[in-house]
Design a protein. Structure first.
Length: 215
């Protein structure tokens, strides 16, 4: 079994960020979805492997708050966005996640986010709207970098937590899903790796064909 599968009780951590047209997951549009896939090397070091991003077209009847659009700078109907429906975006994302779960010997994915309940709420609402039956993510367990960074660095704002962690953060690039998810992923990996350095988690020894730990 690969180290990542043993790190989070068989869960594959997938970092998610959504940019939206408001704060109400049941009525407001998802405009961007980004996901960071993480991998762990044989020494137990967690790293960002790949980032996937989707521009999403508002679902029919979706609410769009002007204040939210002003905040993110997203024009939902700009032709250059080449936006896809949330059903298409989620189908492609879930396909990637399931493939990675199989590759990493994980039994389920767990959503990692900065204020994870917000991103999970929008993802779950879209899953329900689209009638998606196979959601690879755990239905109610999340890993929240707000809590982790508050513990590790005494900060809850992503930009400030990254600054304390020595991670470069450009406020001019923030509030784009791809950028925010990459920085959240770097922050999460940094905290997990630091905890390992402190001795909080030991990489399991490989199991040989006889079912014994290899020395």
């Amino acid at each position: 079994m690969r180290p990542l599968a043993e790190r989070f009780r068989g869960f594959l951590p997938v970092v998610i960020d959504v940019e939206t047209g408001g704060f109400n997951a049941s009525t407001d549009a998802i405009l961007e979805i980004a996901a960071a896939i993480l991998r762990m090397d044989d020494d137990g070091v967690l790293q960002v492997h790949a980032v996937h991003q989707y521009n999403v077209a508002p679902f029919e009847g979706a609410n769009l708050e002007q204040s939210a659009l002003d905040f993110t700078g997203i024009d939902p109907y700009h032709p250059f966005r080449e936006a896809v429906g949330e059903d298409e975006a989620l189908a492609e994302l879930f396909k990637i996640v399931r493939r990675e779960m199989k590759e990493q010997d994980c039994v389920r994915a767990v959503l990692v986010g900065h204020n994870a309940h917000f991103d999970a709420g929008f993802i779950n609402a879209a899953v329900e709207r689209c009638g998606i039956k196979r959601n690879p993510f755990h239905p109610f367990s999340y890993l929240d970098t707000v809590s982790l960074s508050a513990l590790a660095y005494g900060q809850t704002v992503l930009a400030k937590a990254c600054q304390e962690a020595g991670i470069e953060f450009d406020n001019g690039e923030a509030h784009a899903a791809a950028y925010d998810v990459e920085k959240t992923a770097e922050l999460f990996c940094g905290i997990v790796n630091k905890w390992k350095e402190f001795g909080g988690w030991v990489v399991p020894k490989p199991i040989n064909a006889a079912g014994e730990n290899e020395e």
